[in-house]
Design a protein around this ligand. Sequence first.
Ligand code: HEM
Ligand code: HEM
Length: 176
Amino acid sequence: MQRYHPVLVALHWLIALMILVALLIGGPSLTAMANDDPDKLFGITGHMTFGLVIGVLMLLRLVTRFRAKSPPEADAGHTVLNLGAKAAHWGLYVLVLAMVGSGIGIAVSAGLFDIAYFGSGAPLPADFTVFSARVAHGIIGTLLLILIAAHVAGWAYHQFVLRDGLIKRMWFGKRG
Ligand code: HEM
Ligand code: HEM
């Protein structure tokens, strides 16, 4: 087995793109808007839906990861690097799901499901940072960004230093 299952490959790249969009564009542009801005609710509804879809796709990927046969762990030539890669991979699952969980936490604390999806008409709270889930969402987002940077650095090490073509394991092709 030299490659990940095609479902894992497709979901890896789709989820990666969606996370980068939410993390670098969606979230920050939302935070930059005042809560009494008439367009804010539209942005919040879009971000919530996008984030919930990421959560469902990540859970689907996790279940597939346990069910499909995956390639043996890659060797970066050093025990510490190999352990780091393993920790980073599971850490990515944990942080992405924690991001979705804390997002749901904000929505529950601020009654956003009623406001965004059921048109309750209630005003948005003046500021989300009064909710601890909102503070957690910001911190987890920063940690996730750092871990993604480390993950990409790991890929770059394989690509440009070891030159072992590791990326092929996360692409489509013959798996045997
Ligand atoms: C942005 C969000 C990203 C997330 C959440 C993510 C998540 C993951 C996870 C969890 C794995 C482990 C394989 C598994 O358990 O299924 C993995 C593997 C991999 N990722 Fe990412 N990834 C992201 C972005 C990227 C980017 C931008 C690149 C490359 C530039 C990349 C390259 C790879 C490669 C090459 C592997 C295979 C590693 C191996 O075979 O050991 N990933 N990724
Ligand atoms: C992986 C999925 C998600 C990512 C990457 C993400 C990313 C972000 C980021 C980067 C911010 C701005 C943080 C800051 O500036 O401190 C943010 C804010 C927010 N997110 Fe998410 N989010 C995700 C999922 C969710 C979900 C599922 C919900 C709700 C169901 C949600 C609701 C919110 C809310 C209400 C805010 C606050 C906006 C404000 O303060 O004006 N997020 N998100």
